[in-house]
Design a protein around this ligand. Structure first.
Ligand code: CUO
Length: 685
């Protein structure tokens, strides 16, 4: 008989085929959980017996599951039925998830955790289970290095249309040697008759949606305080979503669309339509669609225990703007507190989102979460048609919807209103005495200089971990087409007149002209700058030449992580430094124009003494994509305000980027272009 698996590896098998009974063989090794009958429903108990008879003779790996006292640990999360939709934005669902997260965190040993998780897998809603279990694994000290399978592997229906899943089903009947990848068309949710569809490749990109899902797992809205209360969490909510809006606008300019219009008035129609064509794998129904010009309505739905009026959103909005304009907020003890320059954005981030760290939920409400909810249920506000959510309710699908961007542009506008009240950076706050950037250039792998090259690329994604109709441990792939750029290297020359020192190199990219073709002024351009990279360098006295690869970016995770496949030998890979959260490397550079989109590439070297955060990092600290995702369980690795130096209104007299850089030799800018070639690089077969 095979050796039993270590508990840590066994935990991973609960991600396989989430809608299949727990007693079914799981994963590439087809392991069987030996589940105490006390955990099983009568039906699954019988099934377990049959499986034992069917497979008993074969030498299969079995994982014995310890029987533990359940008490009523699962009674609250079990309130969500197994075939319902789950949304972490809905307060009631959040409460159920928090409870389940806490149950998992409270398990003393890995064996106990495995046992509880097996029982929860059997009894709870599969998507609620996946969410709470993932959050718990990412935060328990003994499991935080476990590599959680990406959601597109375990819930492919959240990423691929119902039609493609149907084609996968047909393909699964073939033998593995004759099986071919499912070719996913680039256009399946709309035609170009809807101009918003021009940026569907961005909104529906698998890596972009995985990043957003993973970010919200690392920074959950609720759970326990220790899970939620991370260093500068509210500020990172602001910054990561601000960068999404900046990137979306860049992508819109690339496609001759104007900037996204923020939601202005909750009583005006929402112009953006969305017809996602996704099945909810759990609720066995389609994600609801939204017609153009739908209106928000007061919500009153017993099913999600949700009841609020548009007037509530308006009241919260007024109070939040009062906080910004007076510079004070009222805390839960009814005490007036100052919204400071240092911490104000963090307080505001948690208040607006609103996470469980909000300073006064009673007063400032649940603005952002209920806005997601209000839009995603506007088609059936009182549940008379028994309909469930649109994609906007779920962090793994929300970014597909064009309405996500007006919503988050509105949220960003609140933060920008606060930022505009802060003192502009003086020259002294931007300078680095003695350090001068003397040149910068970008060399692309295709030989171009100061020109980014973009094109389409095909890649395969493994679907089989989530498809319960696939036979045994066989594999099936989807072939997707996504935006890609040629790898490139920054070459930056700097000189240092002083002694040995360190600097932080900050690289940003922005369009040069707006949607009308008019040069952008600094006030607008600062919000369109997308961060490309941030890293520390040693500056010896004299000249230094810095070479940095695009693949090392501080906002991205490597392509293989976004689309990686579960390892054949997961024993070796159960413990290693896997981050998961991070912008996909293939989406680092926006699409650009065939004739070359004019852009400005900006670099600044700031004084590391003012950037540095004192903390110990070991090699297990996940440090990929730290600009967007922070460092797990550590402080955010840059002491400056997030978005520095573009997060404030400019000092008096600054109209253009050149004005902003005046008297600051530690900054440099070059003109670059993004050249898009409408070709597809195919998968080599
Ligand atoms: Cu990420 Cu609204 O917070 O989607």
């Amino acid at each position: 008989m095979a050796e039993p698996f270590p508990a840590k590896e066994s935990l991973l098998y609960l991600f396989y085929r989430p809608t299949e009974p727990i007693t079914f063989p799981k994963g590439d090794k087809q392991v069987i959980f030996n589940v105490p009958t006390e955990y099983l429903s009568a039906r699954h108990s019988k099934l377990a017996e049959e499986l034992e008879n069917r497979f008993g003779g074969e030498s299969r790996v079995t994982i014995p599951i310890k029987l533990i006292e359940l008490k009523d640990s699962l009674s609250i999360p079990m309130q969500l039925s197994q075939d319902d939709q789950f949304s972490p934005h809905v307060p009631y669902h959040r409460e159920l998830a928090s409870h389940l997260i806490q149950v998992f965190l409270n398990m003393e040993s890995l064996d106990d955790l495995l046992s509880m998780a097996v029982c929860a897998y059997e009894r709870c809603n599969p998507y609620l289970f996946n969410y709470a279990y993932s959050v718990a694994l990412l935060h328990r000290p003994d499991t935080k290095d476990v590599r959680i399978p990406q959601l597109n592997e375990t819930f492919p229906a959240k990423f691929f249309s119902a039609r493609d899943i149907g084609r996968a089903r047909a393909e699964s009947f073939l033998t593995s040697s004759s099986r071919e990848p499912i070719i996913i068309p680039m256009d399946y949710t709309a035609t170009d008759q809807d101009i918003e569809h021009r940026v569907a490749y961005f909104r529906e990109d698998i890596g972009v949606n995985l990043h957003h899902w993973h970010w919200h797992l690392v920074y959950p809205i609720s759970g326990t305080r220790e899970v939620v209360d991370k260093d500068r969490r509210g500020e990172l909510f602001f910054y990561m979503h601000q960068q999404i809006i900046a990137r979306y606008n860049f992508e819109r300019f690339s496609n001759r669309l104007s900037r996204v219009k923020r939601m202005q008035n909750f009583r005006e129609p929402i112009p953006e339509a969305y017809f996602p064509k996704l099945d909810d794998q759990v609720a066995s129904r389609k994600y609801a669609s939204r017609q153009a010009n739908s209106y928000l309505k007061d919500l009153d739905r017993e099913r999600e225990r949700i009841k609020f009026d548009i007037r509530d959103l308006e009241r919260w909005e007024n109070r939040i703007f009062d906080v910004i304009h007076t510079g004070n907020y009222i805390d839960e003890n009814n005490k007036r507190q100052r919204l400071t320059e240092e911490d104000g954005i963090n307080i505001l981030g948690n208040m607006v989102e609103a996470s469980m760290l909000t300073v006064n939920r009673q007063l400032y409400g649940d603005m952002h979460n209920l806005l997601h909810t209000a839009i995603s249920l506007c088609h059936d506000p009182d549940h008379r048609y028994l309909e469930t959510f649109q994609v906007l309710a779920d962090p793994s699908t929300a970014m597909r919807d064009p309405a996500f961007y007006p919503l988050h542009a509105y949220i960003d506008d609140i933060f920008q209103e606060h930022k505009a009240t802060l003192p502009p950076y003086t020259v002294a706050k931007l300078a680095y005495e003695g350090v001068t950037v003397t040149s910068m250039e970008v060399r692309s792998a295709d030989g171009n200089v100061n020109q980014f090259s973009t094109y389409w690329k095909q890649d395969d994604v493994n679907l089989s971990k989530g498809l319960d109709f696939m036979p045994g441990n066989e594999e099936l792939f989807a072939r997707i087409t996504h935006l890609q750029h040629a790898d490139f290297t920054y070459i930056i020359k700097a000189s240092n007149k002083g002694k040995d020192c360190k600097g932080t190199v900050r690289i940003f990219l922005a369009p040069t002209i707006d949607e009308r073709g008019v040069p952008l002024q600094f006030r607008e351009q600062k919000n369109l700058f997308i961060e490309l990279d941030k890293f520390t360098v040693d500056l010896k006295p004299g000249d230094t030449e810095i070479h940095r690869q695009s693949t090392e970016s501080s906002i991205t995770i490597p392509f293989e992580q976004t689309f990686r496949r579960l390892p054949r030998n997961s024993e070796q890979n159960a413990e290693f430094n896997f981050c998961g959260c991070g912008w996909p490397q293939h989406m680092l550079i926006p699409k650009g124009w065939p004739e070359g989109m004019p852009c400005q590439l900006f670099v600044m070297i700031s004084n590391y003494k003012d950037d540095k955060v004192d903390q110990k990092l070991d090699e297990k600290t996940c440090s990929d994509a730290s600009s967007f995702c922070g460092l797990r369980d550590k402080k955010y690795p840059d002491r400056r305000p997030m978005g520095y130096p573009f997060d404030r209104s400019p000092r008096a007299g600054v109209v253009t980027l050149q004005d902003f850089m005046n008297g600051l030799p530690n900054m440099w800018v070059i003109d670059v272009t993004i050249n898009f070639n409408n070709r597809i690089e195919e998968v080599e077969t």
